[in-house]
Design a protein around this ligand. Structure first.
Ligand code: GUN
Length: 281
């Protein structure tokens, strides 16, 4: 039997419709309009595309949206000045610095300059630490979206073996923390992991975020596993995930498509985090 498809596009649309209603209410009752500022530095084409999607989503949901596009030559000082200004702007409830930044810029210095209560990406060390400690925090959007997808599909990680492939600060590490907080037994696999296929075959829930097109084959998946594909790789003119969708679909019980799986959930969670930031003001 083929895997059930976890439809992130549909779920994200439902979440966005609910957020739009809440924003209408907030505006009517308190004159409050959630505001998101996005900073995009450099020429990375996928980043430009992601930021356009984020801007469009904000406007469709009734948010106030500001996008600051800066050239590859922007200095760290200029970015720090911009973050400082947005930290003090009462119209802005969330600040997102799109990664990767140009090579000369130290990303950690910029991320640490964002006020933790405006850090809707959850990348500031205060929010990272709070997540690990189990305290309320802004949770990075992609892993949060994966948890909502699992929950909506009735998949409870408690007591199950979860394997996260990839150890990035954006996805892998916070994903592992969330699955652990949900009482899964968590393993993080990465490029130096020995016998990787033996590790992934242990997984009841396999989350893949390594950025290699169709890397996970059917032989790497336990029959009946839930497979979440966070990858977005351009192959020719097609967008493909990190999982061989056709082959793994014959083995897994549940599988996310690319596109239309995790990607739309990331944007929905960015809106949700920004709404929560606005509500706290
Ligand atoms: N680059 C790739 N994914 C993300 C994300 O979720 N947030 C930011 N800021 N940059 C990214």
């Amino acid at each position: 039997m083929r895997a059930a498809i976890l439809d992130g596009k549909k779920l994200a649309a439902e979440i966005r419709a609910r957020i739009t209603e809440e924003v209408t209410g907030l505006r009517a009752e308190f004159g409050l309009v959630p505001g998101l500022a996005v900073i995009l530095a450099g020429d990375d084409p996928p980043s430009h595309s992601y930021v356009r999607s984020k801007e469009k989503a904000c406007l469709q949901t009734g948010f106030h949206s500001e996008v600051y596009r800066r050239p590859e030559s922007v200095t760290q000082g200029e970015l720090l000045d911009l973050v400082a200004r947005l930290n003090g702007d009462p119209q802005i409830h969330g600040i997102l610095v799109q990664l990767p930044l140009p090579r000369r810029i130290e990303p950690q210095a910029i991320l640490e300059a964002i006020r933790p209560d405006k850090d809707v990406d959850g990348f500031h060390p205060v929010n990272v630490g709070r997540l690990i400690a189990g305290a309320p925090a802004f949770v990075p959007c992609t892993p949060r979206g994966v948890m909502v997808l699992l929950e909506q599909a009735g998949i409870d990680p408690s007591g199950r073996r979860a394997v996260v492939l990839g150890r990035s600060n954006i996805v892998g590490k916070p994903m592992a923390a969330l699955l652990l907080a949900a009482n899964a037994t968590v393993t993080v696999g990465h490029s130096r992991t020995a016998e990787l296929a033996a590790v992934t075959r242990e997984a009841d829930i396999l989350v893949v975020a390594i950025g290699k097109a169709r890397f996970v084959t059917a032989e790497m998946v336990k029959p009946g596993a839930v497979v979440i594909d966070v990858g977005m790789n351009r192959v020719g003119d097609r967008l493909v995930g990190d999982v061989d969708f056709e082959a793994v679909g014959e083995v897994a019980s549940h599988l996310t498509p690319v596109p239309g799986g995790v990607g739309p959930m990331t944007i929905a969670m960015l809106l949700q985090n920004t709404l929560e930031a606005a509500r706290r003001t």
